[in-house]
Ligand binder design. Structure first.
Ligand SMILES: Cc1cc2nc3c(=O)[nH]c(=O)nc-3n(C[C@H](O)[C@H](O)[C@H](O)COP(=O)(O)OP(=O)(O)OC[C@H]3O[C@@H](n4cnc5c(N)ncnc54)[C@H](O)[C@@H]3O)c2cc1C
Length: 370
Protein backbone atom coordinates (compact mmCIF):
# COMPACT_ATOMS: atom_id res chain seq x y z
CA UNK A 1 0.00 0.00 0.00
CA UNK A 2 1.09 3.56 -0.71
CA UNK A 3 -1.51 5.20 1.55
CA UNK A 4 -3.80 4.36 4.46
CA UNK A 5 -6.85 6.55 5.09
CA UNK A 6 -8.40 6.36 8.56
CA UNK A 7 -12.14 7.07 8.43
CA UNK A 8 -14.72 6.83 5.65
CA UNK A 9 -16.66 10.09 5.98
CA UNK A 10 -16.68 12.64 3.19
CA UNK A 11 -13.09 13.67 4.01
CA UNK A 12 -11.67 10.13 3.94
CA UNK A 13 -13.67 9.04 0.89
CA UNK A 14 -12.74 12.11 -1.17
CA UNK A 15 -9.08 11.88 -0.14
CA UNK A 16 -8.97 8.20 -1.12
CA UNK A 17 -10.46 9.03 -4.52
CA UNK A 18 -7.95 11.81 -5.20
CA UNK A 19 -4.91 9.77 -4.13
CA UNK A 20 -6.06 6.83 -6.24
CA UNK A 21 -6.41 9.17 -9.21
CA UNK A 22 -2.72 9.99 -8.74
CA UNK A 23 -1.99 6.29 -9.20
CA UNK A 24 -1.45 5.35 -5.55
CA UNK A 25 -2.47 2.02 -3.99
CA UNK A 26 -4.92 3.17 -1.33
CA UNK A 27 -6.64 1.39 1.57
CA UNK A 28 -9.41 3.10 3.54
CA UNK A 29 -10.02 1.75 7.06
CA UNK A 30 -13.50 2.35 8.47
CA UNK A 31 -14.54 1.05 11.87
CA UNK A 32 -18.21 0.75 10.78
CA UNK A 33 -19.40 1.37 7.23
CA UNK A 34 -18.34 4.41 5.18
CA UNK A 35 -20.49 7.53 5.23
CA UNK A 36 -22.71 6.73 8.22
CA UNK A 37 -21.65 9.45 10.67
CA UNK A 38 -21.55 13.27 10.37
CA UNK A 39 -21.39 13.12 6.57
CA UNK A 40 -24.64 11.13 6.57
CA UNK A 41 -26.38 13.20 9.27
CA UNK A 42 -25.64 16.53 7.59
CA UNK A 43 -28.12 18.93 5.98
CA UNK A 44 -25.84 19.27 2.94
CA UNK A 45 -26.22 23.06 2.64
CA UNK A 46 -23.97 24.70 0.06
CA UNK A 47 -24.75 28.34 0.53
CA UNK A 48 -23.53 31.70 1.70
CA UNK A 49 -22.97 32.08 5.42
CA UNK A 50 -25.09 34.60 7.28
CA UNK A 51 -22.37 37.15 7.71
CA UNK A 52 -19.79 37.81 5.04
CA UNK A 53 -16.36 37.54 6.65
CA UNK A 54 -13.32 36.69 4.58
CA UNK A 55 -12.00 34.21 7.16
CA UNK A 56 -10.30 30.86 6.65
CA UNK A 57 -13.48 28.79 7.03
CA UNK A 58 -15.38 30.89 4.49
CA UNK A 59 -12.49 30.84 2.03
CA UNK A 60 -12.49 27.03 2.04
CA UNK A 61 -16.27 26.81 1.80
CA UNK A 62 -16.49 29.27 -1.08
CA UNK A 63 -13.79 27.45 -3.07
CA UNK A 64 -15.35 24.05 -2.24
CA UNK A 65 -18.75 25.14 -3.47
CA UNK A 66 -17.25 26.25 -6.79
CA UNK A 67 -15.84 22.73 -7.26
CA UNK A 68 -19.16 20.97 -6.58
CA UNK A 69 -20.72 21.01 -10.08
CA UNK A 70 -17.64 19.28 -11.50
CA UNK A 71 -17.50 16.74 -8.67
CA UNK A 72 -21.17 15.90 -9.12
CA UNK A 73 -20.75 15.43 -12.87
CA UNK A 74 -17.67 13.23 -12.40
CA UNK A 75 -19.44 11.04 -9.84
CA UNK A 76 -22.40 10.58 -12.18
CA UNK A 77 -19.95 9.49 -14.86
CA UNK A 78 -18.05 7.13 -12.52
CA UNK A 79 -21.05 5.56 -10.77
CA UNK A 80 -24.28 6.42 -12.60
CA UNK A 81 -25.55 7.92 -9.30
CA UNK A 82 -27.20 11.31 -9.13
CA UNK A 83 -26.47 13.01 -5.80
CA UNK A 84 -29.43 15.44 -6.00
CA UNK A 85 -27.31 18.57 -6.18
CA UNK A 86 -29.64 21.53 -6.62
CA UNK A 87 -28.95 25.28 -6.89
CA UNK A 88 -32.28 26.58 -5.61
CA UNK A 89 -30.94 29.67 -3.83
CA UNK A 90 -30.71 30.90 -0.26
CA UNK A 91 -33.04 33.14 1.72
CA UNK A 92 -31.97 34.93 4.88
CA UNK A 93 -35.02 36.30 6.70
CA UNK A 94 -35.42 39.33 8.96
CA UNK A 95 -38.02 38.92 11.72
CA UNK A 96 -38.42 42.58 12.75
CA UNK A 97 -37.59 46.08 11.53
CA UNK A 98 -34.24 46.23 13.34
CA UNK A 99 -33.11 42.97 11.74
CA UNK A 100 -34.42 44.20 8.37
CA UNK A 101 -32.38 47.41 8.55
CA UNK A 102 -29.24 45.43 9.45
CA UNK A 103 -29.86 42.89 6.68
CA UNK A 104 -30.38 45.66 4.12
CA UNK A 105 -27.11 47.34 5.13
CA UNK A 106 -25.28 44.03 4.89
CA UNK A 107 -26.82 43.27 1.51
CA UNK A 108 -25.63 46.63 0.12
CA UNK A 109 -22.10 45.81 1.32
CA UNK A 110 -22.23 42.38 -0.31
CA UNK A 111 -23.55 43.87 -3.56
CA UNK A 112 -20.70 46.40 -3.55
CA UNK A 113 -18.31 43.45 -3.26
CA UNK A 114 -19.90 41.93 -6.36
CA UNK A 115 -22.23 39.40 -4.74
CA UNK A 116 -25.35 38.73 -6.84
CA UNK A 117 -27.79 39.05 -3.92
CA UNK A 118 -30.87 41.24 -3.40
CA UNK A 119 -32.87 42.64 -0.51
CA UNK A 120 -36.63 42.10 -0.79
CA UNK A 121 -39.70 43.14 1.20
CA UNK A 122 -43.47 43.27 0.71
CA UNK A 123 -44.92 41.87 -2.51
CA UNK A 124 -41.50 40.93 -3.93
CA UNK A 125 -40.78 38.83 -0.83
CA UNK A 126 -44.20 37.10 -0.88
CA UNK A 127 -43.84 36.40 -4.59
CA UNK A 128 -40.37 34.90 -4.13
CA UNK A 129 -41.45 32.71 -1.17
CA UNK A 130 -45.24 32.47 -0.79
CA UNK A 131 -44.89 29.94 2.05
CA UNK A 132 -43.27 32.36 4.51
CA UNK A 133 -45.41 33.52 7.43
CA UNK A 134 -46.13 37.12 8.56
CA UNK A 135 -43.20 37.10 11.06
CA UNK A 136 -40.80 37.41 8.12
CA UNK A 137 -40.74 41.11 7.16
CA UNK A 138 -37.80 41.18 4.75
CA UNK A 139 -35.12 38.89 3.34
CA UNK A 140 -31.92 38.64 1.37
CA UNK A 141 -32.03 36.34 -1.64
CA UNK A 142 -28.70 34.91 -2.72
CA UNK A 143 -27.28 32.05 -4.76
CA UNK A 144 -26.81 28.68 -3.06
CA UNK A 145 -28.33 25.25 -2.81
CA UNK A 146 -27.85 21.84 -1.31
CA UNK A 147 -26.74 18.30 -2.00
CA UNK A 148 -28.20 15.01 -0.74
CA UNK A 149 -25.15 14.18 1.34
CA UNK A 150 -26.22 10.56 1.95
CA UNK A 151 -26.23 9.93 -1.79
CA UNK A 152 -22.97 11.83 -2.09
CA UNK A 153 -21.08 9.59 0.35
CA UNK A 154 -22.64 6.49 -1.24
CA UNK A 155 -21.48 7.67 -4.68
CA UNK A 156 -17.99 8.34 -3.34
CA UNK A 157 -17.82 4.88 -1.78
CA UNK A 158 -18.91 3.30 -5.04
CA UNK A 159 -16.50 5.41 -7.10
CA UNK A 160 -13.65 4.35 -4.83
CA UNK A 161 -14.55 0.66 -5.09
CA UNK A 162 -14.77 0.89 -8.88
CA UNK A 163 -11.49 2.80 -9.11
CA UNK A 164 -9.62 0.18 -7.09
CA UNK A 165 -9.47 1.66 -3.59
CA UNK A 166 -9.56 -1.09 -0.97
CA UNK A 167 -12.18 -0.35 1.66
CA UNK A 168 -11.95 -2.37 4.87
CA UNK A 169 -15.21 -2.07 6.80
CA UNK A 170 -15.48 -2.83 10.52
CA UNK A 171 -11.77 -2.10 11.13
CA UNK A 172 -11.11 0.29 13.99
CA UNK A 173 -7.75 2.05 14.06
CA UNK A 174 -6.32 2.25 17.58
CA UNK A 175 -2.97 3.93 17.09
CA UNK A 176 -0.09 4.82 14.81
CA UNK A 177 2.99 2.74 14.06
CA UNK A 178 6.19 4.76 13.84
CA UNK A 179 9.86 4.26 13.10
CA UNK A 180 12.00 7.16 14.30
CA UNK A 181 10.33 10.35 13.17
CA UNK A 182 8.21 8.69 10.46
CA UNK A 183 4.84 6.98 10.48
CA UNK A 184 4.94 3.50 8.94
CA UNK A 185 1.36 2.35 9.40
CA UNK A 186 -1.46 1.92 11.88
CA UNK A 187 -2.46 -0.55 14.58
CA UNK A 188 -6.05 -1.77 14.23
CA UNK A 189 -8.22 -4.18 16.17
CA UNK A 190 -7.82 -6.50 13.18
CA UNK A 191 -3.98 -6.32 13.07
CA UNK A 192 -1.37 -3.92 11.76
CA UNK A 193 -1.47 -2.22 8.36
CA UNK A 194 1.63 -0.67 6.78
CA UNK A 195 2.13 2.30 4.44
CA UNK A 196 4.48 5.30 4.31
CA UNK A 197 1.54 7.71 4.09
CA UNK A 198 -1.28 7.82 6.68
CA UNK A 199 -4.17 10.29 6.53
CA UNK A 200 -6.30 10.74 9.66
CA UNK A 201 -9.89 11.58 8.68
CA UNK A 202 -11.82 10.13 11.61
CA UNK A 203 -14.23 13.04 12.13
CA UNK A 204 -15.15 13.80 15.74
CA UNK A 205 -13.23 10.66 16.84
CA UNK A 206 -9.92 11.90 15.37
CA UNK A 207 -8.50 12.72 18.80
CA UNK A 208 -8.76 9.09 19.92
CA UNK A 209 -5.96 7.68 17.72
CA UNK A 210 -2.97 7.00 19.96
CA UNK A 211 0.40 8.45 18.96
CA UNK A 212 -0.93 11.32 16.84
CA UNK A 213 1.42 14.28 17.20
CA UNK A 214 0.20 16.96 17.62
CA UNK A 215 -2.80 15.61 19.52
CA UNK A 216 -5.99 16.43 17.64
CA UNK A 217 -8.18 18.87 19.63
CA UNK A 218 -11.53 17.90 18.15
CA UNK A 219 -14.73 17.28 20.11
CA UNK A 220 -18.20 16.11 19.05
CA UNK A 221 -20.94 18.70 18.69
CA UNK A 222 -24.34 17.02 18.63
CA UNK A 223 -26.82 18.06 15.98
CA UNK A 224 -30.45 16.97 16.22
CA UNK A 225 -32.16 17.26 12.87
CA UNK A 226 -35.38 16.07 11.21
CA UNK A 227 -37.22 15.79 7.91
CA UNK A 228 -40.77 16.84 7.06
CA UNK A 229 -42.94 16.17 4.07
CA UNK A 230 -44.14 19.73 3.38
CA UNK A 231 -46.23 19.14 0.24
CA UNK A 232 -47.22 22.55 -1.16
CA UNK A 233 -46.36 24.35 2.11
CA UNK A 234 -42.56 24.32 1.96
CA UNK A 235 -40.10 27.07 0.96
CA UNK A 236 -38.45 26.93 -2.46
CA UNK A 237 -35.00 27.96 -1.26
CA UNK A 238 -32.70 27.10 1.62
CA UNK A 239 -33.78 29.34 4.52
CA UNK A 240 -30.94 30.25 6.92
CA UNK A 241 -31.83 32.10 10.11
CA UNK A 242 -29.29 33.78 12.40
CA UNK A 243 -28.76 31.28 15.22
CA UNK A 244 -30.59 28.47 13.39
CA UNK A 245 -32.65 26.55 12.62
CA UNK A 246 -32.48 26.28 8.86
CA UNK A 247 -34.85 24.79 6.31
CA UNK A 248 -33.48 22.82 3.36
CA UNK A 249 -35.83 21.78 0.55
CA UNK A 250 -34.47 18.61 -1.04
CA UNK A 251 -34.99 17.84 -4.68
CA UNK A 252 -37.11 14.78 -3.77
CA UNK A 253 -39.67 16.90 -1.91
CA UNK A 254 -38.47 16.44 1.70
CA UNK A 255 -37.73 19.46 3.87
CA UNK A 256 -34.79 19.14 6.27
CA UNK A 257 -35.08 21.15 9.49
CA UNK A 258 -31.81 21.44 11.37
CA UNK A 259 -30.07 21.49 13.68
CA UNK A 260 -29.19 21.85 17.35
CA UNK A 261 -25.59 22.57 18.41
CA UNK A 262 -24.86 20.85 21.72
CA UNK A 263 -21.71 19.84 23.59
CA UNK A 264 -22.94 16.65 25.29
CA UNK A 265 -20.25 14.18 24.27
CA UNK A 266 -21.44 11.20 22.21
CA UNK A 267 -24.94 11.09 23.69
CA UNK A 268 -27.02 10.26 20.60
CA UNK A 269 -30.38 11.06 22.19
CA UNK A 270 -33.05 13.03 20.43
CA UNK A 271 -34.48 15.29 23.12
CA UNK A 272 -37.95 16.73 23.63
CA UNK A 273 -36.47 20.23 23.94
CA UNK A 274 -34.34 19.88 20.81
CA UNK A 275 -37.15 18.61 18.60
CA UNK A 276 -39.67 21.11 20.03
CA UNK A 277 -37.30 23.99 19.25
CA UNK A 278 -36.69 22.79 15.68
CA UNK A 279 -40.40 22.32 14.97
CA UNK A 280 -41.69 25.50 16.62
CA UNK A 281 -39.04 27.66 14.92
CA UNK A 282 -39.79 26.07 11.54
CA UNK A 283 -43.53 26.66 11.96
CA UNK A 284 -42.91 30.26 13.00
CA UNK A 285 -41.10 30.85 9.69
CA UNK A 286 -43.48 28.79 7.55
CA UNK A 287 -46.85 28.34 9.31
CA UNK A 288 -48.13 25.79 6.78
CA UNK A 289 -45.55 23.31 8.10
CA UNK A 290 -47.79 22.71 11.13
CA UNK A 291 -49.67 20.21 8.95
CA UNK A 292 -46.57 18.51 7.53
CA UNK A 293 -45.91 14.87 8.45
CA UNK A 294 -42.61 14.31 10.30
CA UNK A 295 -40.89 11.57 8.32
CA UNK A 296 -37.52 11.13 10.03
CA UNK A 297 -35.38 12.46 12.88
CA UNK A 298 -31.73 11.74 13.60
CA UNK A 299 -28.53 12.85 15.31
CA UNK A 300 -24.99 13.48 14.11
CA UNK A 301 -21.70 14.58 15.68
CA UNK A 302 -19.89 17.49 14.06
CA UNK A 303 -16.09 17.32 14.44
CA UNK A 304 -15.49 20.65 16.17
CA UNK A 305 -11.88 21.85 16.41
CA UNK A 306 -10.55 23.90 19.33
CA UNK A 307 -10.38 27.13 17.28
CA UNK A 308 -13.23 26.39 14.86
CA UNK A 309 -10.87 26.02 11.87
CA UNK A 310 -10.20 22.61 10.25
CA UNK A 311 -6.85 20.82 10.54
CA UNK A 312 -5.55 20.11 7.04
CA UNK A 313 -1.96 19.18 6.25
CA UNK A 314 1.15 17.44 7.57
CA UNK A 315 1.46 16.54 11.25
CA UNK A 316 4.73 16.24 13.18
CA UNK A 317 5.57 12.68 12.04
CA UNK A 318 6.90 12.29 8.49
CA UNK A 319 4.16 10.75 6.31
CA UNK A 320 1.31 11.63 8.68
CA UNK A 321 -1.42 14.03 7.52
CA UNK A 322 -4.68 15.27 9.05
CA UNK A 323 -7.94 16.29 7.44
CA UNK A 324 -10.46 16.82 10.19
CA UNK A 325 -12.20 19.34 12.45
CA UNK A 326 -14.61 20.80 9.89
CA UNK A 327 -17.37 21.30 12.47
CA UNK A 328 -20.68 22.64 11.18
CA UNK A 329 -19.39 23.27 7.66
CA UNK A 330 -17.83 20.12 6.26
CA UNK A 331 -19.80 19.11 3.19
CA UNK A 332 -19.54 22.43 1.33
CA UNK A 333 -15.75 22.86 1.67
CA UNK A 334 -14.84 19.16 1.30
CA UNK A 335 -13.62 19.24 -2.35
CA UNK A 336 -11.45 22.26 -1.50
CA UNK A 337 -10.08 20.77 1.72
CA UNK A 338 -9.06 17.61 -0.12
CA UNK A 339 -7.45 19.52 -3.02
CA UNK A 340 -5.42 21.45 -0.46
CA UNK A 341 -4.37 18.29 1.37
CA UNK A 342 -3.42 16.44 -1.80
CA UNK A 343 -1.35 19.41 -3.03
CA UNK A 344 0.56 19.32 0.27
CA UNK A 345 1.09 15.55 -0.06
CA UNK A 346 2.28 15.93 -3.66
CA UNK A 347 4.47 18.93 -2.82
CA UNK A 348 2.87 21.18 -5.45
CA UNK A 349 1.57 24.73 -4.86
CA UNK A 350 -1.77 24.53 -2.99
CA UNK A 351 -4.81 26.35 -4.40
CA UNK A 352 -5.29 28.41 -1.19
CA UNK A 353 -2.95 29.72 1.53
CA UNK A 354 -2.49 26.77 3.92
CA UNK A 355 -1.27 28.48 7.10
CA UNK A 356 -4.70 28.88 8.78
CA UNK A 357 -5.32 25.12 8.59
CA UNK A 358 -1.84 23.97 9.67
CA UNK A 359 -2.26 21.17 12.27
CA UNK A 360 1.05 22.18 13.86
CA UNK A 361 -0.59 25.35 15.24
CA UNK A 362 -1.78 23.10 18.07
CA UNK A 363 1.65 21.69 18.79
CA UNK A 364 2.96 24.61 20.80
CA UNK A 365 -0.31 24.73 22.73
CA UNK A 366 0.16 21.04 23.61
CA UNK A 367 3.64 21.78 24.95
CA UNK A 368 5.63 19.83 22.33
CA UNK A 369 7.86 22.32 20.61
CA UNK A 370 10.88 20.48 19.16
C1 LIG B 1 -26.71 17.68 12.01
C2 LIG B 1 -25.58 18.14 11.12
C3 LIG B 1 -25.84 19.04 10.09
C4 LIG B 1 -24.81 19.50 9.27
N1 LIG B 1 -25.10 20.32 8.21
C5 LIG B 1 -24.12 20.72 7.36
C6 LIG B 1 -24.43 21.50 6.21
O1 LIG B 1 -25.59 21.83 5.97
N2 LIG B 1 -23.42 21.87 5.37
C7 LIG B 1 -22.11 21.50 5.61
O2 LIG B 1 -21.23 21.87 4.83
N3 LIG B 1 -21.79 20.74 6.70
C8 LIG B 1 -22.75 20.34 7.57
N4 LIG B 1 -22.46 19.56 8.65
C9 LIG B 1 -21.04 19.27 8.95
C10 LIG B 1 -20.50 18.13 8.12
O3 LIG B 1 -21.47 17.12 8.01
C11 LIG B 1 -19.23 17.57 8.78
O4 LIG B 1 -18.30 18.62 9.03
C12 LIG B 1 -18.53 16.56 7.85
O5 LIG B 1 -19.47 15.59 7.42
C13 LIG B 1 -17.38 15.87 8.59
O6 LIG B 1 -16.90 14.83 7.76
P1 LIG B 1 -15.76 13.84 8.28
O7 LIG B 1 -15.43 12.95 7.15
O8 LIG B 1 -14.67 14.65 8.90
O9 LIG B 1 -16.45 13.05 9.52
P2 LIG B 1 -17.49 11.84 9.55
O10 LIG B 1 -18.49 11.94 8.46
O11 LIG B 1 -18.00 11.74 10.94
O12 LIG B 1 -16.60 10.58 9.21
C14 LIG B 1 -15.63 10.07 10.09
C15 LIG B 1 -15.55 8.57 9.86
O13 LIG B 1 -14.44 8.03 10.58
C16 LIG B 1 -14.83 6.79 11.12
N5 LIG B 1 -13.94 6.51 12.26
C17 LIG B 1 -13.91 7.16 13.45
N6 LIG B 1 -12.94 6.66 14.25
C18 LIG B 1 -12.36 5.66 13.55
C19 LIG B 1 -11.29 4.75 13.84
N7 LIG B 1 -10.64 4.80 15.01
N8 LIG B 1 -10.94 3.83 12.91
C20 LIG B 1 -11.60 3.78 11.72
N9 LIG B 1 -12.62 4.61 11.40
C21 LIG B 1 -12.98 5.55 12.29
C22 LIG B 1 -16.29 7.00 11.52
O14 LIG B 1 -16.97 5.77 11.68
C23 LIG B 1 -16.78 7.83 10.34
O15 LIG B 1 -17.28 7.02 9.29
C24 LIG B 1 -23.47 19.06 9.49
C25 LIG B 1 -23.23 18.12 10.49
C26 LIG B 1 -24.26 17.66 11.31
C27 LIG B 1 -23.97 16.63 12.37
Amino acid sequence: MDALIVGGGIMGLLTARELRRLGMQVTLLERDRPGRQASWASAGILAETLRHSPNAVDALREYGQRLFPTLVAELREETGLDVDYVENGTLIPALDDTQAAELERETRTLQALGSPCEFVTGAALREAEPALGPRVVAARLAPGGNVENRRLVRALELANLRNGVQIENGVQVIGLLRQGDAVVGVRTQAGDRFAPLVVLAAGSWSGQIAGADPPIPVVPQRGQILALWPGAHGPRRVVLTPGDPYLVPRRDGRLIVGATRELVGYDASLTAGGLAWLLSSAIELVPGLAEAPVIEQWVGFRPLSADGVPLIGPAALRGLYYITGHGPTGIAPAPASVKLLVALIEGVPPPLPVAPYDPLRFRAAAGTTD
